[in-house]
Design a protein around this ligand. Sequence first.
Ligand SMILES: [Zn+2]
Length: 225
Amino acid sequence: MKKEEFYLLYSKWDGFHSPHTPEEIAKFPWRCSGCGEVFDDVKQVDSVIQNTYLSDLPKEKPLTSSWLCGGVKVVWEPFIRAIPQPILDHNLYFGNLLGQDGKRIEGWLTYRCRYNLQLRGTGKGGTKVRRITVCKDCGYVRWGAQGPFFLYPAPPADADIFLCGSSTLFRESVYQYLDMEQWRKKVYVQKIKVADKPLDGLDLPPFEIPRDLKWVEEHPDLERC
Ligand SMILES: [Zn+2]
């Protein structure tokens, strides 16, 4: 049987800034003030874009992010709506992209997924993973895998679209709905396979649970920051 493949999509653009001050951002109740990661149970996130970035927004199509809490993901609506509605309803939580006047920016949506995965890598240059850290406030385990990348274990079977660092991962069966003929030049796409075993040989938490507090407790040696 042919092994299922996943497609990692990421923006070619720089993203845009929020008008909020770092002090205001630190008080947002939906993100950890320690590591900036959005809490697991948060669904819709609205994001505000600075006026100065509005004129650049068209070139950010179809995927970009807001430089706030490690990047709230933002998508051009016609791009993502090529995927049938029941699949979107099952996988994504959409929010609004707002101008500084509080009005919704038409055509754009923020999105969250039910799972936040982390890639692993075999590290062609010799380093498989850079600095594994645990957030001392929320227990989020973070590492910087060095490619070539792989997925391990297989992403949860009950979802097709996953947040994956600064990228978004699509199951092949869902990726095929996207109009990549139109958007190929605007998005980086990388095919990622699921490995049968942890090819990096590392003991890392199951990546669908970045805040696996039991795992964190069992690894007191890791750097807390
Ligand atoms: Zn945290």
